[in-house]
Design a protein around this ligand. Structure first.
Ligand SMILES: [Fe+2]
Length: 486
C-alpha cells in the first residue's frame, strides 16, 4: 500500500517508519498550539457555550518495534465555544511514560503489538492515557484502554495536573469508560488484571472525588471488556466472549485475542454500592462489545443498548504482512443491539435493532443511567481498511429510525458528543461536534451540527489552526464548568 501524504507539522522521524498509522490523517503532530477567535464558515450558535475535548494517540518518539494505532502518547485537542466564537488548544498528556521517554530521548516500551516482557518494566506496556476523556469533580480525566492511571487535566488550559488517586484511596488502575451519574455526581469504574485473580475490580468515586466503594469481581479468568454501564440504582459489568490467554502473553509476549464461540457473553448486574456476592450474571449469545450506548431500568427489567460485534474473530489477511493482526482487530462489524435482563425472573432477552455498521456511540451523556431515546454514532464501512468514520448517524431508539450525514469525500470524522441547548425542549435539542480532517489537504475543522437535523450538514465549520490527527473519544464540558480560554 502507498503511504498517504504527510503534512509538515509531523515529527521528522515518521519518514523512516513504513506504517500507515504514522502518516496522513494518522500522523502525530509535533506542535502544541493555542489560538483564539478562529475563522468560521457558517454561523456558530450564540448559545453554544462550553468545550469539546477529544483524546487520541500522538507518538512523540519513533517506536522501538511495530507501531500500533493504540500506542501513541495521549494528546488532547479542545475547541472552546462562547458567544459565537471559538478557540483551540492542544496539549500532550504528561504521563509518566511520556516524561520518561522524553528524558531518555528514545522509546523505552515496546508497543501493544509486542512482543512485550510481562516480567519487565512495571507497567510492562506504556500507559499513554490516550483513549478516553471525561469530566468529573472539576477536572478532565484521561484514561487508557488497557487500564492505567487516571490523569487529571485542567479543563481550560489542558495542563496535566497529575495522576488522580481519588483521595489517596485508589490502589489499582482504572479502565477507560467510567460512567459519571450526573444526578449524584458519582463516578463508577472497573479495572482488569491480566495475571492475578480477581481479574476485575469495581469501584465508585463520590462527587467530591473520594473513593467510597471498591470490591473484587470474581471472573472465570482473564477477560477483556472495554466498557461499563449504569442505571439509577445498578451497575452492569461486562464479560464478553473475546479475550486473550494470559499464559501466552506471559510466555510469548503477545496479547492474542480469541473469540470463544462456545462461551456466552455475560452481563453482571449489581447495586451501585453492592457486594461481590450480589452480582447477578445474565447470559447472552457470544459476541464482543466495545461501547454501549446507555442502560436504564423499566420495572423489573434492566434495558441496555450498545454496539454488538456478532463475529469478532480477528481475520488476518496475509497480504497485509506485519500489520495483519492490527488491521484484523481494527476491522469492526458492529450493530445497534438491545439486551434486557429481568431482575425478578432472571430472564434474558436480546435483539438486534439495526444492521448498519456503527460504533463510537454517545447519548446525551448527562442522561447516563436513565432512559434515552436518541444516540449519535459513526458509520464505519464494513469493507474499510480500518476504523474510519464516514458518516454521522443518529438513532431514534423508539422508532428504530436511523438518520445520517455522510461526510463529503476526503473528510474523516471524530466521535461526536452532544451539547444540550440552554432551555432545550426535547432530548435532541442541542448540538453535535465532530473534528474532521481531509486526507489530501490535511486541514482540520470542527463541524457543529444541529442534533435535531444532522442531514442538513454542519451549521458552522470552525477552521482549526493545525491538523488534528485521527483519534478516539471525545466529551463535551458545559460552559459553567469551564471559564473562557485566557
Ligand atoms: Fe473506547
Amino acid at each position: 500500500m502507498s503511504l498517504p501524504p504527510d503534512a509538515n507539522d509531523a515529527p521528522a522521524w515518521i519518514a523512516d517508519v513504513d506504517n500507515p498509522y504514522l502518516h496522513g490523517i494518522h500522523a502525530p503532530t509535533a506542535f502544541e498550539k493555542t489560538e483564539h477567535d478562529l475563522p468560521v464558515e457558517g454561523e456558530l450558535p450564540e448559545d453554544l457555550h462550553g468545550t469539546y475535548v477529544r483524546n487520541g494517540p500522538n507518538a512523540l518518539l519513533a517506536p522501538s518495534n511495530l507501531y500500533h494505532w493504540f500506542d501513541g502518547d495521549g494528546m488532547v485537542h479542545a475547541v472552546h465555544f462562547e458567544g459565537g466564537r471559538a478557540d483551540y488548544r492542544n496539549r500532550f498528556i504528561q504521563t509518566t511514560g511520556l516524561l520518561s521517554e522524553a528524558s531518555a530521548g528514545k522509546a523505552l516500551w515496546p508497543g501493544v503489538m509486542g512482543p512485550v516482557d510481562a516480567a519487565g518494566r512495571d507497567p510492562f506496556l506504556k500507559d499513554t492515557a490516550n483513549t478516553d476523556i471525561l469530566w468529573h469533580n472539576g477536572a478532565l480525566l484521561a484514561l487508557w484502554y488497557l487500564c492505567g492511571v487516571p490523569y487529571r487535566l485542567d479543563p481550560v488550559s489542558l495542563e496535566t495536573l497529575g495522576p488522580e488517586d481519588f483521595g489517596g484511596q485508589l490502589a489499582t488502575t482504572v479502565s477507560a469508560h467510567p460512567k459519571v451519574d450526573e444526578r449524584t455526581g458519582e463516578l463508577v469504574y472497573f479495572t482488569l488484571s491480566d495475571f492475578e485473580p480477581p481479574h476485575m475490580r469495581y469501584g465508585v468515586v463520590s462527587k467530591e472525588g473520594e473513593l467510597v466503594h471498591e470490591i473484587p469481581i470474581d471472573l472465570p479468568g482473564c477477560r477483556a471488556p472495554h466498557d461499563i454501564t449504569i442505571t439509577e440504582n445498578f451497575s452492569i459489568l461486562h464479560d464478553p466472549s473475546l479475550f486473550h490467554d494470559p499464559e501466552v502473553l506471559k510466555e510469548n509476549g503477545y496479547r492474542v485475542a480469541r473469540f470463544h464461540r462456545d462461551i456466552p457473553t455475560r452481563f453482571g448486574v449489581l447495586p451501585r454500592r453492592g457486594r461481590s456476592d450480589e452480582v447477578r450474571w445474565f447470559e447472552f449469545e457470544p459476541c464482543y462489545v466495545l461501547h454501549m450506548v446507555n442502560a436504564w431500568e423499566e420495572g423489573d427489567w434492566i434495558v441496555m443498548d450498545g454496539c454488538r460485534q456478532p463475529d469478532p474473530q480477528i481475520v488476518r489477511r496475509p497480504e497485509e504482512g506485519v500489520l495483519a493482526s492490527m488491521l484484523g482487530y481494527l476491522r469492526i462489524r458492529s450493530h445497534l443491539h438491545r439486551w434486557r435482563m429481568n431482575l425478578r425472573t432472571g430472564e434474558a432477552r436480546e435483539e438486534q435493532l439495526d444492521d448498519l455498521n456503527v460504533e463510537f456511540p454517545l447519548p446525551d451523556t448527562d442522561l447516563y443511567g436513565v432512559k434515552t431515546r436518541y444516540s449519535y454514532h459513526h458509520y464505519l464501512p464494513a469493507d474499510a481498511y480500518t476504523v474510519d468514520f464516514k458518516a454521522l448517524v443518529k438513532y431514534d431508539h423508539e422508532s428504530g429510525a436511523a438518520r445520517r450525514y455522510d461526510y463529503p469525500d476526503g473528510w474523516h470524522g471524530s466521535e461526536a458528543p452532544f451539547a444540550r441547548r440552554p432551555g432545550a425542549e426535547s432530548e435532541d435539542d442541542g448540538y453535535l461536534m465532530s473534528v474532521v480532517t481531509h486526507d489530501q489537504t490535511l486541514l482540520s475543522e470542527c463541524w457543529v451540527f444541529d442534533a435535531r437535523d444532522i442531514e442538513r450538514g454542519p451549521l458552522a465549520r470552525v477552521k482549526l489552526p493545525q491538523r488534528v490527527p485521527s483519534g478516539f473519544h471525545a466529551t463535551w464540558v458545559r460552559g459553567d464548568r469551564v471559564k473562557p480560554a485566557a
